[in-house]
Design a protein around this ligand. Structure first.
Ligand code: SAM
Length: 283
């Protein structure tokens, strides 16, 4: 749908609603959409299990309202542009991302085919982190390299839970997530359930100091200031033989951050454009 803005420019709006569901729930989703005056236009099978219902709303505002209502009812929903350059852009930024050929991060409501992709972690909405951003992707690359079967993982600043959930997909046994933002905690819990990992995930709202344990793997994509502020606590959470990946830092900040994390020893560093991850171990 298009309309003219107050400034006289042509604006493309979001009037298509996408609902991620499964075969057995299709009728219930269609009925609920009809209740909300949206009509189903197509159902896509994006994996053997996942169905994505496309529904048309009368306009952008109706689509956003319906999306918010369905999210409050626990459904994984998004609304998207229905044509033009903005649709092409949406399609690009919602494509599944496969990292190191071993794990894939995909939006549950993405219309892209997920068949044949390695170990898909599905996300709905809420909390930062979906593997489109290099700071997240770089940590997942480190996880793909180093996670061992049975590892216990601490995800500091878990956001959407994407790092911890990827670690489970790569063989870790259990993840503990912590985030200051209550919305991130809710998103991580929701995503754990969506991916069938609820029993292996524990999430806490609040400060890192509330967690009293050590871990084989610690991940913290919380930027230079956050890493420096929490440095002593981060170091204390790494078990003997364990390692930590810190991210959200620029290549020029790596050496300084490494100094703060002594006595851990740097064992790896990756760079993607303006962003870096440093891996340090306790050996
Ligand atoms: C850049 S996001 C990273 C999200 C996700 N882990 C990822 O890698 O995509 C940073 C997250 O850290 C949380 N955060 C920032 N400082 C924190 C702190 N001191 N303790 C716990 N969480 C924190 C924020 O609320 C936010 O959800």
């Amino acid at each position: 749908m298009r309309h003219w803005s107050a400034e006289g420019t042509l604006v493309h709006t979001c009037s298509v609603i996408l609902v991620a569901t499964v075969e057995g729930e299709l009728d219930a989703v269609a009925l609920r959409l009809a209740d909300l005056e949206a009509s189903v236009v197509e159902v896509k099978s994006t994996s053997p299990r996942r169905r994505v219902v496309l529904a048309a709303a009368t306009d952008e505002w109706a689509a956003e309202k319906i999306t918010a209502t369905l999210r409050s009812e626990g459904l994984m929903v998004a609304s998207r542009p229905d044509e033009g350059v903005r649709l092409a852009r949406w399609s690009h930024v919602t494509r599944p991302v496969t990292i190191a050929g071993r794990v894939t991060v995909a939006f549950a409501w993405s219309e892209h085919d997920q068949g044949g992709l390695p170990r898909v972690i599905e996300l709905g909405y809420g909390g930062f982190g979906n593997a489109q951003h290099p700071t997240t992707r770089l940590v997942i690359e480190a996880l793909a390299d180093r996670v061992a079967r049975g590892d216990q993982v601490l995800d500091v600043g878990c956001g959407s839970g994407v790092l911890g959930l990827c670690s489970l997909a790569l063989g870790a046994d259990r993840m503990v997530g912590v985030d200051l933002d209550e919305r991130a905690v809710l998103a991580t819990s929701r995503h754990a359930v969506v991916n069938g990992m609820g029993s292996r995930v524990e999430v806490t709202a609040g400060f890192l100091e509330s967690i009293d344990a050590t871990f084989d793997v610690v991940v913290a994509n919380i930027a230079r200031a956050g890493i420096v502020e929490l440095a002593d606590q981060l170091v204390a959470k790494v078990a003997p033989g364990g390692w930590i990946a810190v991210s959200g830092i620029t290549p020029s900040q790596c050496t300084q951050v490494t100094e703060f994390l002594r006595p851990l020893r740097e064992v790896g560093r990756r760079v993607d454009g303006d962003w870096s991850v440093v891996v340090l171990s306790r050996t």
